[in-house]
Each structure stands twice: as structure tokens, then as C-alpha cells.
Design a protein around this ligand. Structure first.
Ligand SMILES: Cc1cc2nc3c(=O)[nH]c(=O)nc-3n(C[C@H](O)[C@H](O)[C@H](O)COP(=O)(O)OP(=O)(O)OC[C@H]3O[C@@H](n4cnc5c(N)ncnc54)[C@H](O)[C@@H]3O)c2cc1C
Length: 406
């Protein structure tokens, strides 16, 4: 007999719906609460690779992800006047016969696929948020911002870097945040530069990177600003107009197309701005409350592995709850034992990718523009040759096939 079947998940992005899917499949009864009034779209392309591919296949969404994927064919490095370096990924893939066993997909499209898969079977409460949590031996009393109160057996924080569940059950964000020294701003706009088929362009000035790319819809392009900022900025997380002003002031002295981008950003409805920080927390559970995805272990926006880790975390957490027949003590500790080593390794990669992505001196920019085309395919290009040539053996337990314990 399964215990602790009624589970509240806070956050409907990647980790939350993945977890909800697997919990439902394993016989639990998940409810998802999402602060945004509708599913949040937006964000740049993210990768579903490695173990996350196996999970997506098992969920039956792999064909859909392949249909929705964005294929990057070219990376170019620009200076004020011209293109100074280029990587032809299409040619590389063809030459090395890479089968591309992963997908790159817009973050919002991935969230939509996961939501569509679960929305008929899982209760979603949009436009609400947990306001208070009180747990005892038997369950957790939850008060929502809407005023409603309900009791659940377990509560999961899948609510990202600024998780409310983590704040309520574990302590203030500052206790667990490792600031990486950068901020990121993203939005989409019309492809007025006429970017060709899936090209990614980098334009750097010291400490400020701008990355643009054409989206699947060829009429649109994504703009991503990443800038170095020695100390943390103070601003209201919910005030997008303030965040746009902040970003504009940081890029006010930058040339090329930046003034036009900043102007277009003012009208963008999908603008997203956030700090590049990691979350490091000694233990991912507190009694009946547990964290998953960025809420537990954000590896920082720059790492690009957040979605893969979020899908894996959701799958492993649900799988361990199934294996323990819902006993949260053993399930939560097994989830952590299985998954933490992988997360720790991903978090360690962030500093080197940040240094490379946002060069700080004219010399470092020169190196990025001219040596990048030689080095990048091996290090960071989606489906980097290295990973394709030397794939790691899978360590993921097959929770899906193992029969439900009697
Ligand atoms: C709009 C958006 C754009 C992004 N763009 C990129 C990108 O371009 N590149 C990249 O690498 N990563 C991006 N990310 C982060 C990326 O989605 C995560 O790193 C990764 O997928 C892990 O997902 P997650 O589900 O753990 O957390 P997140 O994707 O951060 O999702 C957390 C969810 O919880 C919700 N939430 C927050 N607070 C509350 C609350 N109090 N109550 C209820 N719900 C709450 C949020 O609205 C969100 O839907 C973006 C995230 C968002 C939300």
C-alpha cells in the first residue's frame, strides 16, 4: 500500500510537471500550484540530452520534442563591423556523422509539452502560491495566497532559483545562494537582422556579452544579454519595468545593434531577467518537504544543464517514492544519495563556462572570437564532439519498468 499519496508541487516549469507525471504514473495524487496566471513561456533554447532523453522517451514525448526542436547550424563571432569567426555546425555534424541523440528546444516549448502531457490527469492551480507551511508527524498544512488552506501528505518545491518552499521550510535564499557574478536578460523580438537558418551570433565588449539567434519561427529572434556585475543588484523580482531599466543602463555605452535591441526590449512581453547564482544546500529535504530542480540545486543559468537536471530530479524523486512505497524518510534520502553526486559535478563546471562566455578584456575577446571556433565544438557546442565520441554509460535506475512494490 502506498503511503503519502497526496503531494503538492510548487512550480509548473520543467521539474514540477515532470515530477507530477511520474508521481501520477506511480499511483500518487499530485497537485501543482504555479504563481503565474498561465504557463510561463519564454527563455532561450535548452538542451534535453543524456539521461533526460531516456526519461523523455519513457514519457512518450520524445517524438514531440524532436518535432519542436531547434537545430543550431552556425555560430558566429562579431565585432562592431563584421563577422570575425565562425563555426559551421552543420558541416561538422555531417563530417563526423553525429546522429544528434539529443534535442535543443525552446524552454517554453519544453514546458508546454510537459504541461500538455499532465494537465488532464493532474490538478493545476495557476495564479496562486504557497504562503505558509506547517508540518507535523502526519502531514503538512498549506495556506495559499488565495486564502484557501489544504492539508497534503508531502510538499515539493519545484519553484526555481527563488523558491518560496525553500524559503518557508529551509530559510532565506541568501543562506544557500552562491552568486556567480553575472546577470542575464532575455527576450524575443522580430528578426529584423534577417538572421539565417538557426545561426547564433556573439557580440562581446569587456564584461558584457550579447547573444542573438533566429528562432524556430524564422520571423523572430531571441536576444540574450549576459553581463558581469561584481556585487549583487537590488531590485524587485516582480517589477519587469525596473529590470528593463536596469539592463538598459548597463548596456547604455555599447554600440553595434545594442541601442535597437534595448529599444525593442521595452515592448517585449516575454522579458526574463535573473541573477546567475547557484543554490547549494546541504540537505534537500526537511521532514515532509523536499526540493527538486533549480530550487534544490540551481547550477546557474549559464550552465545550460538546468532542464536536464530538473527532468532527472523529478524522475528520480518520484521513482524513489515509488520504491519506498511512499515512505518519505527513505525516499528522500535515497533521492539525494543517487542524484547529488551528479549535481555536484554539474555545479563545478559553471565558473569555467562563465569566464569563457563573458570575456573581460580586449585580449580575451580576441581569443574568444578567433580561437573559439576551434575550441568551442569540443567544449560547449550542443552535442559537443567530445560527448558524442565518449558517451558516458547510463547510471539511471529504471524506475518505470520495475513493478510497483506489493
Ligand atoms: C520564464 C523562464 C525563462 C527561462 N529561460 C531560461 C533560458 O533561457 N536558459 C536557461 O538555461 N534556463 C532558463 N530558465 C531556467 C530553466 O527553466 C531552469 O534552469 C531549469 O529548466 C530548471 O527548471 P525548474 O522547473 O527547476 O525551475 P524554473 O524553470 O525556474 O521554474 C520554476 C517555476 O516555479 C514558478 N514559481 C516561482 N515562484 C513560485 C511560487 N511562489 N509559487 C508557485 N510557483 C512559483 C515559476 O513561475 C516557474 O514556472 C528559465 C526559467 C523561466 C521560468
Amino acid at each position: 500500500m502506498l503511503k503519502n499519496k497526496n503531494i503538492l508541487i510548487s512550480g509548473a516549469s520543467i521539474a514540477g510537471p515532470t515530477l507530477a507525471y511520474w508521481l501520477k504514473r506511480f499511483g500518487f495524487n499530485p497537485t501543482v500550484v504555479e504563481r503565474s496566471p498561465v504557463l510561463r513561456e519564454g527563455g532561450q533554447p535548452v538542451d534535453v540530452r543524456g539521461e533526460a532523453v531516456k526519461i523523455a522517451k519513457e514519457m512518450g514525448i520524445w517524438p514531440r520534442l524532436q518535432r519542436e526542436k531547434t537545430t543550431l547550424n552556425e555560430i558566429a563571432f562579431l565585432n562592431e563591423h563584421r563577422r570575425v569567426g565562425k563555426i559551421n555546425l552543420h558541416a561538422l555534424r555531417t563530417f563526423f556523422k553525429l546522429d544528434q541523440s539529443w534535442v535543443e528546444i525552446m524552454r517554453g516549448d519544453l514546458a508546454k509539452v510537459l504541461y500538455a502531457l499532465t494537465r488532464d490527469e493532474v490538478e493545476y492551480r495557476f495564479g496562486d502560491s504557497i504562503q505558509a507551511l506547517e508540518q507535523d508527524e502526519e502531514g503538512v498544512d498549506v495556506t495559499f495566497a488565495s486564502g484557501e488552506s489544504r492539508r497534503f501528505d508531502l510538499v515539493v518545491g519545484a519553484d526555481g532559483l527563488h523558491s518560496i518552499v525553500r524559503t518557508l521550510a529551509f530559510g532565506q535564499e541568501e543562506l544557500f545562494e552562491r552568486y556567480c557574478g553575472y546577470y542575464v536578460g532575455l527576450f524575443t523580438t522580430d528578426n529584423y537582422l534577417g538572421l539565417a537558418d538557426s545561426a547564433l551570433w556573439f557580440y562581446s565588449v569587456p564584461g558584457k556579452q550579447t547573444v542573438i539567434r533566429r528562432l524556430k519561427d524564422s520571423q523572430r529572434m531571441g536576444v540574450c544579454f549576459i553581463f558581469k556585475q561584481p556585487g549583487k543588484l537590488t531590485y524587485d523580482y516582480h517589477d519587469l519595468a525596473q529590470q528593463k531599466r536596469l539592463l538598459s543602463s548597463h548596456y547604455a555605452d555599447v554600440g553595434w545593434e545594442i541601442p535597437t535591441f534595448l529599444q525593442k526590449m521595452q515592448a517585449a512581453s516575454d522579458f526574463y531577467f535573473d541573477v546567475v547564482s547557484q543554490i547549494r544546500i546541504e540537505k534537500w529535504s526537511q521532514g515532509r518537504v523536499v526540493l527538486v530542480g533549480d530550487a534544490a540545486h540551481c547550477a546557474a543559468l549559464l550552465a545550460g544543464e538546468g532542464s536536464k537536471l530538473a527532468m532527472m530530479g523529478g524522475y528520480i524523486l518520484a521513482g524513489e517514492l515509488k520504491a519506498a512505497l511512499g515512505n518519505h524518510h527513505s525516499a528522500f534520502s535515497n533521492y539525494e544519495r543517487v542524484f547529488r553526486p551528479l549535481v555536484t559535478a554539474e555545479q563545478a563546471k559553471v565558473k569555467s563556462s562563465a569566464n569563457y562566455l563573458v570575456p573581460e578584456t580586449a585580449r580575451a575577446i580576441w581569443e574568444q572570437n578567433h580561437l573559439g571556433p576551434l575550441i568551442l565544438p569540443f567544449l560547449m557546442v550542443p552535442g559537443g564532439l567530445w560527448q558524442e565520441w565518449f558517451p558516458k554509460p547510463s547510471t539511471l535506475k529504471n524506475y518505470a519498468d520495475s513493478p510497483l512494490p506489493a
